[in-house]
Design a protein around this ligand. Structure first.
Ligand code: GCB
Length: 601
C-alpha cells in the first residue's frame, strides 16, 4: 500500500505523465504466444467481473492494478476507484449493451476478478486464454503487468505459471476500444465499435511440455491420399509426438526436433464437402500432453477462372454476415450461430462471407459440421495507415492468429486480407505482404480481398489482383452507383484471368410502419435491386460466386437518417433475426435454380 506522502508524489506524476501508456504497450501477447487448446480441459472465468469505465485513463496513471483489496475503513489514502468493490459486468459482454450511458463509450474499462487456486502444481503450466477483447487488452495478475494484446477479434493467451499462487489471486484487465488512425481497423468503419471482453475467458493447465501448435490437412496434390501434420511444442523437448485418427486406421509417430515436427501420413479419407461434411476425430499426444480436434479433409484450388472443390468446379452461393445482435452486440452463442446457418440453409447457400474481421471460432466449427464453405477476413478495411510499420505488424499478427486458430477447419476456403482499400503503392505493398504471409502459413487455401474497380473505364482494375487467388468485387449498382448497365459493362470490359466473387451487393430496405413504401430505403426498391442484379450476374461467366450484403440488418454509428436510426438496413432479414424481406425470397429462388442446374450438370 502506498504511504500518503508517496501517494501524493504518485498522484502528481499521474497527473503530469502523458507517456503513461508506454510501459503497458508491448503487444507481447500475439500469435507467438497462442496455445492450441482443442480438446483441453479448461476452467471458465466467465461470469461477473468488477467493472468500471475509465475515460481519462486514470487507472493506468494511478496504477489501480497495484492497489490491494481493503475495506473502506481500512484505507488510509483517498481512492478514485476500488477494483475490488462496486459495479460488475458479465464476461463475455460488450459494455455498450449493458447501460445506456456506456452506449457510445470509447476508452479504457477495467475488469477485475478473483482467481482461486486450491493448489499450484510445480510440474504444471497455466495459461489464460481470452477469446476476444476489443481492442487493446492489458493484463495484470496480483498487481503485476503480464502483457497486452492488439486486435479486437482474435484470441490470445498469457502464461501465468510464474505469477500464480495457491489461494486467492486477482486478475485484472484494462480493455481499450479507442478508435485511432494506426489501428486495424482504424477510425472509420461501417460497423459498431463494440468494446469489452466479449468472448469466453478460460484457464488452461498443461504439463511442462505442451503442444503449442497443431495443423493437419489433406496434401493438395490431387491424389487425395496423403495428409500432412505439423506440430510445435513449448517447453523441454519431449519427442516424438503421436497422432491417431482411429477411423482411418492412422497411428503414427511424428519426430520432434527443437520443438518442431511434421510428417506425411498415407490415408484415403472420405472427402469433406457441403453435401457430405465428414469429420474425423484426431488425437495428438506429446509426452504427458494430449490435444484433440475434429478435422475434415478436402482440396480447394483455383484453375483459370474456376474454383474447384475436390477437383470439381463449384459456384459459391453465399451471403455475407456481420457478428452483430440487437441485444448482445458482438457476443454470440451456439443458438445464435445455428440460427444464422439455418437461415443460410433456407436461402440455399453453400458459402458465407464472415465479414469484416474474425468471427467467433464456433462459427467455423459449426460450418465444418453443417457443411458450409467460409470466407474469413481480417479488418484491413478502407483507409488504414498503410505507411505505418506498426499498423502492418498489427494486421499481420491478426492474420496469423486467425490462421493459427482456424487452419484445421475444412469449411474455411478463403483468407481475405482486406476490403475496399485505396489504390496506393503503400497499400499494394502492405496487402501483397499479407497475401504472401497467408500463403506461406497456409498453402492449402485461397487468398482474396475486395478489390477495386476503375469507374471511369468501367472495369475491375486492381494491382493487388496479381497477388491473390480470387478477386472479390463489392458492387452496388442500383444503390451507390445508379446505372445498372454499368455492371454489364464491367462484365464486358474486364477479362480477369482469375475467378471473381461478388463479395458484396445489395440495397437498404427498411420494413415496418416507419419504412418508406417506395423509392430508396423501401423494401420494394431493395427487391428490385436484387432482381436486376441477379439478371445481370447470371450472364457474367467469370463470376464464380456471390455473397450479397448482408444476412441481417446491423448496428452502426454512421447511419443516422430517419429510416436508418443507427442501423445498416441491407439485411435480407431485419435486426430481429426473424422478419424476412422480399429480397430474401428472391435470392433464395435464384440459389435454388442454381443448385438445380448444378445438380443436373
Ligand atoms: C461496403 C462495405 C461494407 C458496408 C457496405 C454498405 O462496400 O464493404 O462494410 O457496410 O458497403 O452497406 O455500404
Amino acid at each position: 500500500m502506498l504511504e500518503r506522502s508517496d501517494m501524493a508524489d504518485n498522484a502528481l506524476q499521474a497527473l503530469h505523465d502523458e507517456e503513461y501508456d508506454l510501459p503497458f504497450n508491448k503487444q507481447n501477447l500475439n500469435a507467438d504466444t497462442l496455445l492450441f487448446t482443442g480438446g483441453r480441459a479448461s476452467r471458465s472465468l466467465d461470469g461477473d467481473w468488477h467493472f468500471c469505465v475509465d475515460l481519462l485513463d486514470t487507472g493506468l496513471r494511478q496504477k489501480w492494478f497495484a492497489m490491494q483489496p481493503a475495506s473502506p475503513e481500512d484505507r488510509t489514502e483517498p481512492w478514485d476507484y476500488d477494483p475490488y468493490d462496486g459495479d460488475t459486468a458479465p464476461v463475455p459482454s460488450n459494455w455498450a449493451m449493458l447501460k445506456e450511458k456506456w452506449y457510445f463509450f470509447e476508452g479504457s474499462a477495467w475488469y477485475t476478478r478473483p482467481l482461486d487456486m486450491s493448489r499450484v502444481e510445480p510440474d504444471k503450466r497455466y495459461f489464460l486464454r481470452i477469446g476476444a477483447a476489443a481492442y487493446d487488452c492489458k493484463l495484470f495478475l496480483n498487481g503485476e503487468f503480464l502483457g497486452n494484446h492488439y486486435g479486437a477479434s482474435t484470441p490470445f493467451c498469457v502464461e501465468l505459471t510464474n505469477q500464480l499462487r495457491a489461494g486467492r489471486n486477482w486478475l485484472m484487465a484494462c480493455v481499450n476500444n479507442t478508435r485511432t488512425r494506426d489501428r486495424v481497423p482504424m477510425r472509420n468503419t461501417d460497423w459498431f465499435n463494440y468494446g469489452g471482453i466479449y468472448r469466453e475467458v478460460a484457464l488452461f493447465e498443461t504439463p511442462r511440455t505442451a503442444i503449442q501448435r497443431f495443423a493437419l490437412h489433406l496434401v493438395p496434390d490431387g491424389t487425395y491420399s496423403k495428409l500432412r501434420v505439423e506440430i510445435e511444442s513449448t517447453g523441454p523437448d519431449a519427442g516424438p509426438a503421436q497422432i491417431d485418427i482411429p477411423e482411418l486406421g492412422v497411428s503414427q509417430q511424428v519426430p520432434i526436433t527443437d520443438c518442431k515436427g511434421s510428417s506425411l501420413i498415407d490415408a484415403r479419407p472420405d472427402l469433406w464437402s457441403p453435401e457430405v461434411p465428414k469429420l474425423y476425430d484426431v488425437r495428438v499426444t506429446l509426452g504427458a500432453d494430449t490435444v484433440t480436434d475434429r478435422v475434415g479433409f478436402r482440396q480447394i484450388e483455383r484453375r483459370g477462372t474456376d474454383i474447384l472443390l475436390n477437383g470439381a468446379p463449384i459456384f459459391l452461393r453465399g451471403i455475407s454476415v456481420h457478428e452483430d445482435d440487437a441485444a448482445l452486440g458482438k457476443v454470440t452463442n451456439d443458438a445464435d450461430l445455428r440460427r444464422r446457418f439455418a437461415h443460410a440453409q433456407e436461402l440455399g447457400c453453400n458459402f458465407l462471407r464472415l465479414a469484416h474481421y474474425p468471427h467467433h471460432e464456433r462459427a467455423a466449427e459449426l460450418a465444418d459440421e453443417l457443411g458450409f464453405l467460409l470466407w474469413e477476413e481480417i479488418p484491413v478495411y478502407w483507409a488504414i495507415d498503410f505507411t505505418n510499420p506498426s499498423t502492418y505488424r498489427d494486421a499481420e499478427n491478426q492474420l496469423r492468429e486467425l490462421i493459427l486458430r482456424d487452419r484445421n477447419r475444412a469449411s474455411v476456403i478463403i483468407w481475405s486480407v482486406g476490403n475496399e482499400n485505396p489504390d496506393t503503392d503503400a497499400r499494394l505493398d502492405f496487402m501483397r505482404r499479407l497475401a504472401h504471409t497467408a500463403k506461406d502459413l497456409d498453402p492449402t487455401r485461397l487468398t482474396s480481398a475486395a478489390c477495386l474497380v476503375n469507374h471511369s473505364l468501367n472495369r475491375i482494375e486492381d494491382r493487388l489482383a496479381d497477388h491473390i487467388d480470387v478477386i472479390g468485387l463489392n458492387e452496388y449498382y442500383g444503390w451507390y452507383e445508379e446505372d445498372f448497365d454499368d455492371l454489364a459493362r464491367i462484365g464486358a470490359n474486364s477479362a480477369p484471368g482469375k475467378p471473381v466473387v461478388i463479395s458484396e451487393t445489395g440495397a437498404d430496405g427498411v420494413i415496418g410502419p416507419k419504412g418508406p413504401k417506395t423509392g430508396l430505403f423501401s423494401e420494394d426498391y431493395m427487391a428490385e435491386v436484387y432482381r436486376r442484379q441477379i439478371k445481370t450476374l447470371r450472364e457474367l461467366d467469370y463470376i464464380k460466386g456471390m455473397s450479397p450484403w448482408i444476412l441481417y440488418d446491423f448496428r452502426v454509428e454512421r447511419r443516422q437518417n430517419k429510416f436508418q436510426n443507427g442501423y445498416n438496413h441491407k439485411g435480407l432479414i431485419a435486426a430481429d433475426k426473424a422478419t424476412k424481406k422480399e429480397a430474401f425470397h428472391i435470392l433464395a429462388d435464384f440459389y435454388s435454380q442454381l443448385a438445380q442446374t448444378e445438380a443436373t450438370l
